[in-house]
Design a protein around this ligand. Structure first.
Ligand code: ADP
Length: 245
């Protein structure tokens, strides 16, 4: 009986997921169709054509990101065996993630400060760790404005590297705080769609954390900002800086 209930629940989750994906794809695909039509009708107005073409580029970016994230997520949760866990330099992960977020940050006049302990080494899959930290930084940028500050810092604590991404942006209301890690969950649909979000970024971070035997936690206060802390086990034999506690 337990098994039947479990199977039904899994099926319901899968049905929900497929429905969500369908819904998420519908919006950009519909927009692209309308924009193509608009271009056809504006053929003798080069400025309008230019404007519509820009919007087509943005919508297809969003579509590409959604598809990429869906593939990431299905790999991460699909029960595929995790590639071998190797020593990974946290500094390299952070540098690459900052690099990937730089253009978006610059477009909003935001600086990303890097701090904390140098030289930490974790056991992991570098590409997954880069994806996770990039998603956290991309959110920090998306939910902040020019005068806000963004920082990423690593430290060692009780056998884990803690990578904290802090912003002084809009923050997350208490009632939504734990749910933000669910697939497709967004605090505010209108706010999220204007940032081009997919609602998958934090679900991906959570899967990366659990694949590594780690965790991810959030501290946030509405109007003050948010800190997301990713904890990943330090590599065996990696030394913890003495002032880490
Ligand atoms: P999205 O692609 O919409 O950003 P995520 O899974 O990355 O999806 O995040 C889920 C939701 O959590 C976001 O839509 C947003 O409402 C909220 N959120 C995530 N990070 C932050 C942040 N740093 N500041 C404020 N809200 C955030």
């Amino acid at each position: 009986l337990q098994d039947v209930t479990e199977t039904r629940r899994t099926e319901a989750v899968r049905r929900d997921f497929v429905a969500n994906v369908g819904h998420e794809l519908k919006t950009p695909v519909g927009a692209l169709a309308l924009l193509a039509e608009a271009i056809e009708q504006a053929a003798d107005d080069p400025e309008a054509v230019q404007r519509f073409a820009g919007r087509i580029a943005r919508e297809s970016d969003r579509l590409a990101r959604l598809v990429r994230e869906l593939i990431d997520l299905s790999r991460l949760q699909g029960g595929e065996p995790l590639p071998e866990l190797l020593p990974v330099e946290v500094d390299d992960v952070i540098a690459e993630a900052v690099d990937r977020t730089r253009t978006a940050a610059k477009a909003k006049d935001l600086e990303i400060a890097v701090g904390g302990h140098a030289g930490l080494v974790v056991r992991g899959v570098e590409s997954q760790l880069v994806t996770a930290v990039t998603n956290l930084l991309a959110n920090a940028v998306a939910y902040s404005e020019g005068e806000n500050r963004i920082a990423v810092a690593a430290r060692a604590r009780s056998g884990f590297a803690e990578i904290a991404v802090t912003d002084s942006g809009v923050g997350i209301p208490r009632k939504d705080r734990q749910r933000v890690f669910e697939r497709f969950y967004r605090v505010d649909q209108s706010r999220a769609s204007s940032t081009g979000g997919t609602g998958l970024g934090l679900a991906i971070v959570k899967h990366v954390a659990s694949n590594h035997g780690g965790s991810v936690a959030v501290w946030s206060e509405e109007g003050l900002g948010s800190t997301f802390t990713l904890r990943i086990p330090l590599a065996a034999g990696a030394t913890e800086p003495l002032d880490a506690h």
